[in-house]
Design a protein around this ligand. Structure first.
Ligand code: CUA
Length: 321
């Protein structure tokens, strides 16, 4: 069950470690606040009752020792738990001993784009967008390489991991793992332009079997030629005659561009436009009618498509399962 504040409902060892640190700091701060506020209240009430000035003290060894030792102990404690946390989170092999990153060690490549996420599984060749599938297994860590194709973004799944910046020309690494099954909301948490707020993604943590099935079906579907209805067939023809292939990839077709999201399995995705609307035929028609109305500033222009062409395109894109 998801809590109202996802960040307080950690679902991975890394997120748990962050949550523990947060709660301990909160507790220490709350105690200090209570002591200070309490003393002030006592002073106010006493000062109001007495007409004369209270007795004045100058220099107290006991108080001095207390004021010095207290904060020192607290700071040492905070340093210790923070250092432990940093070690837990950063125990990530950056590269091979020869200094070159081994592609085989990377489970997932995440690339930030304005304003969506490209998701690649280099070991199985799967490419998708805004959706990440991982097995829900507290012993299986996914080593994720995070980068950007344009400006600085920040990859963050509050319930699963710390944040990591997606920086153009640089690869950062992070562990992604989930201790329990669920769907976890991810967000871009670095302001990256007009649609920064709509650069969402979801991590689906599923059972090992479901994960294997997902991988198999993602790979299988690309190899099966499909029989298209006349409407879908017309949509396919329109897709390849129009400018669509100049931005999108559909595996096994001449569409091989990578400016926009890979559409190979578009119909299986749950959302359109990095979380702007649910993926349904009706919403897809709305998106094609005018993407700029739903996500102003996004890279997909308003092509002023006719209703007929939209119907055809929807029919074709819905076959991409
Ligand atoms: Cu990407 Cu904010």
């Amino acid at each position: 069950m998801n809590s109202v504040i996802p960040v307080l409902d950690p679902a991975s060892p890394q997120a748990e470690a962050i949550n523990n640190l947060f709660l301990q700091v909160l507790l220490i701060s709350a105690i200090i606040f209570a002591i200070v506020a309490g003393l002030i209240l006592i002073a106010i009430s006493r000062g109001r009752r007495k007409e004369t000035l209270p007795e004045q003290n100058f220099g107290s060894e006991k108080s001095e020792v207390f004021w010095m030792l207290g904060p020192v102990i607290i700071v040492i404690w905070l340093v210790a738990i923070s250092a432990n946390l940093v070690i837990t989170l950063n125990a990530i092999p950056q590269a091979d001993p020869d200094g070159k990153t081994d592609i085989n060690d990377i489970d997932l490549i995440v690339t930030g784009h304005q304003w969506w996420w490209e998701i690649q599984y280099p070991k199985s060749g799967i490419i998708t967008a805004n959706e990440i599938y991982i097995p829900a297994d507290k012993n299986k860590k996914f080593r994720v390489q995070v980068s950007s194709a344009d400006v600085i973004h920040c990859f963050w799944v509050p319930q699963l991991s710390r944040k990591i910046d997606a920086i153009p020309g640089r690869e950062n690494y992070i562990w992604l793992q989930a201790s329990k099954p669920g769907s976890y909301q991810g967000r871009c948490s670095e302001y990256c332009g007009a649609q920064h707020a709509w650069m969402n993604f979801k991590v689906y943590a599923v059972s090992d079997t479901e994960f294997d099935q997902w991988v198999a079906s993602e790979q299988l579907a690309t190899k099966k030629p499909k029989l298209l209805s006349p409407l879908a067939s017309a949509g396919k023809q329109f897709f390849f005659n129009a400018t669509c292939p100049q931005c999108h990839t559909i595996y096994g077709t001449p569409a091989k561009a990578t400016i926009g999201p890979d559409l190979t399995h578009f119909a299986r995705r749950k959302e359109i436009g990095a979380g702007v609307i649910d993926n349904s035929p009706e919403n897809l028609a709305l998106w094609l009618k005018d993407p700029q109305a739903l996500k102003p500033g996004c890279k997909m222009p308003d092509f002023k498509l006719s209703d007929e062409h939209i119907k055809q395109l929807v029919a074709y894109l819905e076959t991409l399962k």
